[in-house]
Design a protein around this ligand. Structure first.
Ligand SMILES: C[S@@+](CC[C@H](N)C(=O)[O-])C[C@H]1O[C@@H](n2cnc3c(N)ncnc32)[C@H](O)[C@@H]1O
Length: 315
């Protein structure tokens, strides 16, 4: 098992600042105070290591399996599991190499705990930068479209910052759609407008009534060149859907289709934001400009992130 990949939080034990997104999911970090079932500090006495469910024993097992942040992961597993059998099963799955977020069933994203089902793309901490950029462009009553939504983390995180927002999200992967529906449903009551998730290829499943109305289009589309997929960390390669990464020969195949459709769905002055690699950025900008949008690039050293922000010119 590899260390936490660089695109994830270096320490998964960062406490979210808001309530859990998953109703009834009493995870470790959703509350300001530790829940009563929270694990003891990892300084337990000698007996602790002999109990296979103790924090020390769980951390030792994870460390032996190659987890670099074994103590943090042990705390999260112990606080998420509801029974000793649950702890054992989670430790087994993590030791077998499943991403921590798939083991827990959730990921932290911009202070929210987002449900992540097996096989569904785990929202990366890096992508918070994209949402940060979007927040500055989003009015309280914005119409938000999260294309290639995966778990729906981006759209949900943006929509909760804009209380009168209308949220639409779509993905081609039925497992992602089911997961996004749960996450969107969990925040729907906090939004004034409708909140819907559609299944299908890019814009194809969207209601025609959305055309020309989208203020902010988030599209964290696949952008890994096909040949580079084999170089991804095993956790990603083996446990997230290939279609979540595969951006075709140059990594821009899906983006070209997103860009081509964007002018039809964005309102004049509306924005398309997507993540890209530093190397692809200039080609990505050319792609959206050829589609009639004006583009700029925002980068963050802190997040190691490159985001293209493209705007449909006022007509
Ligand atoms: C890199 S993941 C991003 C997921 C999510 N936006 C996030 O950042 O956590 C890309 C997502 O695009 C979806 N996808 C790939 N091709 C698609 C297509 N043609 N139409 C719709 N969704 C697609 C995949 O199923 C996957 O969920």
């Amino acid at each position: 098992m590899s260390a936490s990949p660089s695109h994830r939080s270096p320490s998964p034990a960062v406490a979210p600042s808001t309530a859990p997104l998953i109703p009834g999911h009493a995870g470790p970090a959703g509350a300001a105070a530790r829940p009563p079932t929270a694990p003891a500090p990892l300084t337990a006495g000698p007996a602790a290591g002999r109990d296979p469910g103790s924090a020390v024993a769980v951390a030792a097992r994870l460390r032996a399996a190659g987890c670099v942040f074994a103590e943090d992961e042990a705390s999260l597993i112990l606080a998420t599991a509801t029974t000793p059998a649950d702890v054992a099963a989670m430790v087994d799955r993590r030791a077998a190499g499943l991403p921590l977020e798939h083991v827990l069933g959730w990921a932290e994203f911009r202070g929210l705990r987002v449900a992540v089902d097996p096989g569904v793309f785990v929202p990366r901490r890096r992508t918070e930068f994209l949402v940060d950029q979007a927040v500055t462009l989003t009015a309280p009553d914005a119409v938000i479209l999260d294309l290639c939504c995966g778990s729906g983390a981006l759209g949900v995180a943006l929509a909760v910052t804009a209380r009168r927002a209308e949220l639409h999200a779509a993905d081609i992967d039925p497992a992602a759609v089911a997961c996004a529906r749960r996450n969107v449903a969990a925040v729907a009551a906090r939004l004034a407008g409708p909140a819907r998730v559609y299944e299908g290829d890019l814009y194809a499943p969207l209601p025609p009534t959305l055309r020309g109305r989208v203020d902010v289009l988030l599209a964290n589309a696949p952008y890994v060149p096909t040949d580079a997929i084999d170089l991804l960390p095993a956790e990603a390669r083996l446990h997230e859907a290939r279609m979540a990464f595969d951006g075709g020969a140059d990594g821009l195949a899906v983006l070209r289709r997103v860009a081509a459709g964007a002018p039809l769905w964005l309102r004049a002055g509306g924005h398309l934001l997507f993540e890209t690699s530093e190397r692809q950025a200039s080609q990505a900008v050319e792609t959206v400009e050829r589609a009639g949008l004006r583009a700029r690039v925002a980068t963050s050293d802190e997040y190691s992130a490159t985001v293209v922000i493209a705007t449909r010119p006022p007509s």
